[in-house]
Design a protein around this ligand. Structure first.
Ligand code: NAD
Length: 479
């Protein structure tokens, strides 16, 4: 692990294995941090924080830009590391690294936006606000975009002037460690820590009263643990939660069916991450009049997806993150069928013996899913699309909003009035009209309801790593 400007084994000597899920081979044994390591990292970070906060935003912005350039220069290396560590195709993981580079560059460009405002209050008084960093920030991230998340979640907290402790997922820790390697000489000692471990380390970080600003990306269940653990630390913490989704893609009868079918497949993220994306539109809500035709086109397109070893540059869909994720996904499929769902394609692991050791699941479409069944309600975080149909728009909105989640939604129609009415009515933090999947770096992204609280991306995320101080000034005399 990396902290205090140097590489360390864990104080206890403990390690855990990180595995290539496509082949079940162990890639590396990684330091397993505990309280002693966390204490050392916090001491180093706390010592570095005031000096880092005192640098100019411009200087921090320039460092972020340089980090972005370095990530871009090594995008192929990061791509290979992530492909091996999390099973997603090489083409997707190189693209991820490039997006991570972009995140550093964009945050570098926004550095001068960490500014306050002046507020006239009359009567010989003036108020102004300044934005100051928290000092110490911890970020805990999920496995699905190892390098991209490490870059994109570090950039705003660092540029805002904080020392950051990042805990990558124990399932795919290597991208973040590689990032520390290229960042080490750029950042003052102690400003960056990459601590490796599993949920136990996450809980120690969350429960530590010295860390008052936390940002967490992961499942709802763990998000609730984070809230509980933070409360038990005995101090008040500022917490961003980026959690799961069971996102609807709503297709109206007038939609361009071919474009909509493409979007249904793309939005599911079958390719690139095997459905393992919080923003996946995993519930297709289609008007009954076009149900049969749209689903037929979707199934044709899903059948053409090339699944295989992720290191092969032609492959579009690789392995899920672990054998247990594969088993969990297959369990969802079996229960959905038992609850009346109609399996149209996929539903099991591929038969290719070359993939037998991996955690592969074929892209799966299940039609006529009952709205109150598990597959309609719960996030699979795997390649399973649930299809439901509706008769009138009220029913479509009710279905769209009828889960605990509210992260993304996609609406397909050529009638812009209907699109706006639905966009107003659907509960979600991020909506596409006649688009899907793409996340624009400057547009705020965050969940409603159990999908989370707080925002990522752009100025919103940058400023969320600052605290506002209002200074009220009274002056005497007259001109
Ligand atoms: P997870 O909740 O199992 O783990 C996320 C991180 O939390 C990991 O680093 C893990 O080690 C750590 N952790 C585990 N237990 C902890 C605890 N008690 N205290 C603190 N940290 C703990 O999630 P995952 O399987 O890595 O990722 C999948 C989930 O993440 C899905 O639900 C997905 O939708 C969500 N996700 C959300 C976003 C978003 O932006 N909204 C992005 C990616 C993933």
């Amino acid at each position: 692990m990396f902290y205090g400007g140097d590489w360390h084994a864990s104080a206890s000597g403990a390690t855990f294995a990180t595995v290539d899920p496509a082949s079940a081979r162990t890639l590396a044994n990684v330091a397993d941090a505990d309280q002693i390591d966390l204490d050392a990292a916090i001491s180093a970070a706390a010592a570095a924080a005031p000096g880092w906060a005192a640098t100019s935003p411009r200087q921090r912005g320039e460092i972020a830009m340089e980090l972005g350039r370095r990530v871009l220069e090594h995008a192929e290396d990061f791509g290979w590391i992530d492909t091996l560590d999390n099973g997603s195709p090489i083409s997707a993981m190189v693209a991820d690294a490039k997006k991570g580079a972009g995140a550093f560059m964009e945050m570098g460009g926004l550095a001068l936006q960490t500014k306050g405002e002046t507020i006239p209050i009359g009567g010989g008084r003036l108020a102004f606000t300044t934005l100051q960093p928290f000092g110490l920030v911890a970020r805990i991230i999920a496995f699905n975009h190892p390098t991209l998340f490490a870059c994109a979640r570090l950039a705003p907290a660092l540029v805002a002037g904080n020392a950051v402790i990042l805990k990558p997922s124990g399932l795919a820790p290597l991208g973040a460690l590689a990032l520390a390697e290229i960042a080490a000489d750029l950042l003052p000692t102690g400003v960056l820590s990459i601590l490796t471990g599993g949920g136990g380390l996450g809980a120690l970080i969350v429960g530590d009263p010295r860390i008052r600003r936390l940002s967490f990306t992961g499942s709802v269940a763990t998000g609730l643990k984070v809230l509980r653990g933070a409360a038990e630390s005995g101090v008040i913490k500022t917490i961003t939660l980026e959690l799961g989704g069971k996102n609807p893609i709503v297709v109206l009868p007038d939609a361009d069916l071919d474009r909509a079918a493409d979007a249904v497949v793309r939005g599911m993220n079958f390719t690139r991450v095997q459905g393992q994306s919080c923003g996946s539109t995993s519930r297709l809500l289609v008007h009954e009049s076009i149900h049969r035709e749209l689903v037929k086109r979707v199934v044709d397109k899903v059948g053409a997806i090339r699944i295989g070893m992720p290191s092969n540059s032609d492959v579009q869909m690789g392995s899920m993150i672990s054998k247990s994720a594969q088993i969990e996904t297959l369990g969802f499929i079996d229960r959905a069928i038992a609850q009346g769902g109609e399996l149209l394609i996929g539903g099991h692991a591929p038969s290719d013996p070359a993939l037998a050791e991996g955690a592969f699941v074929l892209p799966t479409v299940i039609d006529n899913v009952r709205p109150d069944s598990e597959l309609a309600m719960e996030e699979v975080f795997g390649p399973v699309l649930a299809v439901m149909s509706w008769r009138d728009e009220l029913e479509a909105v009710r279905l769209a909003n009828d889960t605990r989640y509210a992260l993304t939604a996609s609406i397909w129609t050529r009638d812009i009035d209907r699109a706006f009415v639905l966009a107003d009515a659907i509960e979600a933090g991020y909506i596409w009209i006649n688009d899907v999947e793409t996340r624009f770096p400057s547009v705020p992204f965050g969940g409603w309801k159990d999908s989370g609280s707080g925002l990522e991306n752009g100025t919103a995320e940058l400023l969320s790593f600052t605290r506002t101080k209002a200074v009220n000034l009274t002056y005497a005399g007259s001109a």
